[in-house]
Design a protein around this ligand. Structure first.
Ligand code: AMP
Ligand code: MG
Length: 432
């Protein structure tokens, strides 16, 4: 284990001042150790949750050959090679009703979209390509009984098999429809519904407690005294968490007092899966969280070589309770970056969520990176008219520069090591 410098007031017995990739590996391992159980949810409640198990098709989809159009089901062999064809209309085949017709040569059936193809028919002509002559004729039902009908003139001949949706062409019995780790989008929920599935096993979402810390913090709406600032992190964190479908609980702001912090964290540590704090985790005189978690919990890492967000700390609760504690730095832009890069990864891992797709863009402007640490710059992302993904870095790169973060919509990931980036260089993005 690397020894911490004396200035950090700690004798580190845990990974300290680690690289971003190492932090990710620890987060993944901790999440895997603490994977949340699967719970059954009705489809109406499962939206946005992470699917816990693979789902295979138990039914073919479509379940039977059916019409893709409103029109007439016919035998393609009856159609004239050139010019219109007259067919006897011998009945109706509507969606939801099983037909009792068998088409004989020269006959057709009125059919609606989704109705089962009648026996003997192999093609559908759309209504718009026909003309109906209302002269009554007689026809034979499948059971031998007689039915009345009209004449249909097919003006534009369909191709053989046209407008017929084949049983099983979308999915066959045994096809893998949903994978464990998939997020349940409306399309995936609809797919499950089409199989007659009424509930899905999804990963339970972690319960999350949110704490801001700092003697200087005042809630918006209250008067501000000299030296105080408004608490902006709480709402930022609540919004970021809710965007993931979580239902975080915000607690009153904690003063920089170890006894009060301990007591609040113990309560939350017993009741929640994850306790998120912000502020008080660096090396200042009023930063009590590292010593507190080192004494009472099990620190999994402290300090990650990233900018912003270096002081980040992950711990298991120990005597504070079974919760995981993720302590984010206090600066608002650090909260944004550490949540998107690490916190969200932890929450994803706890639910077994599949990795998120990487986004990439070309820098519109050159950038000189001054620090060795991995850097998350703020920038504006757009896809230009030629389809090129581009991002414009915001030069206001301080971790307190909330205005720049609010004017941006993506974090630009610049890898470890100082580097000059030319305009046009391809970078990874974390959109927000
Ligand atoms: P700390 O890590 O506690 O020293 O905080 C770092 C910086 O972030 C300081 O300038 C704090 O005033 C600021 N800060 C801490 N918590 C918040 C918060 N909840 N809202 C806005 N700024 C904060
Ligand atoms: Mg503080």
């Amino acid at each position: 284990m690397p020894a911490s410098p004396a200035t950090d007031r700690q004798t580190a017995e845990f990974p300290f001042r680690i690289g971003f990739d190492e932090a990710c590996a620890i987060v993944d391992a901790v999440a895997a150790e603490r994977r949340l159980a699967a719970i059954p949810l009705s489809l109406s409640r499962a939206h946005g949750h992470v699917q816990a198990r693979d789902v295979v098709a138990g039914l073919p989809q479509p379940p039977f050959d059916n019409s893709a159009m409103d029109g007439f089901a016919l035998r393609h062999a009856d159609l004239a090679a050139d010019g219109p064809t007259r067919l006897q209309l011998v009945g109706d085949q509507f969606a939801g009703l099983t037909g009792d017709f068998r088409l004989e040569p020269g006959q057709c059936l009125r059919i609606t979209t989704g109705a089962q193809m009648p026996e003997g028919a192999d093609t559908v002509v759309m209504k718009e390509n026909t003309r109906i002559e209302a002269s009554r004729i007689e026809a034979t039902r499948i059971d031998g009984s007689r039915a009345d009908g009209d004449w249909v003139e097919v003006l534009v001949a369909p191709r053989p098999g046209q407008h017929v949706r084949r049983a099983g062409e979308d999915s066959r019995v045994g096809d893998l429809l949903l994978r464990a780790g998939d997020v349940l989008t409306p399309s995936r929920i609809a797919l499950a519904a089409s199989q007659g599935i009424a509930q899905l096993d999804v990963a339970r979402r972690p319960t999350v407690a949110v704490f801001a810390t700092g003697d200087e913090l005042v809630e918006p709406g209250m008067p501000l005294r000299p030296g105080q600032i408004y608490n902006s992190n709480r709402e930022q964190l609540m919004g970021l968490l809710r965007a993931e479908g979580l239902e975080p609980v915000a607690f009153p702001t904690l003063p920089d007092d170890p006894a009060q912090i301990t007591s609040a964290l113990r309560h939350a540590g017993e009741a929640f899966d994850l306790v998120l704090t912000c502020g008080g985790v660096s090396a200042g005189e009023k930063d009590h969280l590292p010593a507190l978690l080192q004494a009472r919990g099990r620190v999994r890492f402290w300090k990650v070589r990233m900018k912003p967000g270096m002081p980040l700390l992950l711990a298991e609760g120990g005597t504070l309770g079974p919760a995981l504690f993720l302590c984010l730095p206090g600066n608002p832009v650090s909260v944004l970056a550490t949540w998107l890069a690490i916190g969200r990864r932890l929450v994803d891992g706890l639910q077994g969520r599949a990795p998120r797709p990487l986004r990439r863009a070309r820098l519109t402007d050159a950038w000189h990176k001054r620090h060795e640490r991995l850097e998350f710059l703020r920038g504006r992302w757009q896809i230009d008219a030629a389809g090129v993904s581009q991002v414009t870095p915001n030069p206001a790169d301080g971790s307190h520069r909330m205005h720049a973060a609010a004017d941006s919509d993506a974090l630009i990931v610049l890898g470890e090591g100082a580097c000059d980036y030319d305009a046009g260089a391809v970078v990874e993005l974390l959109p927000y």
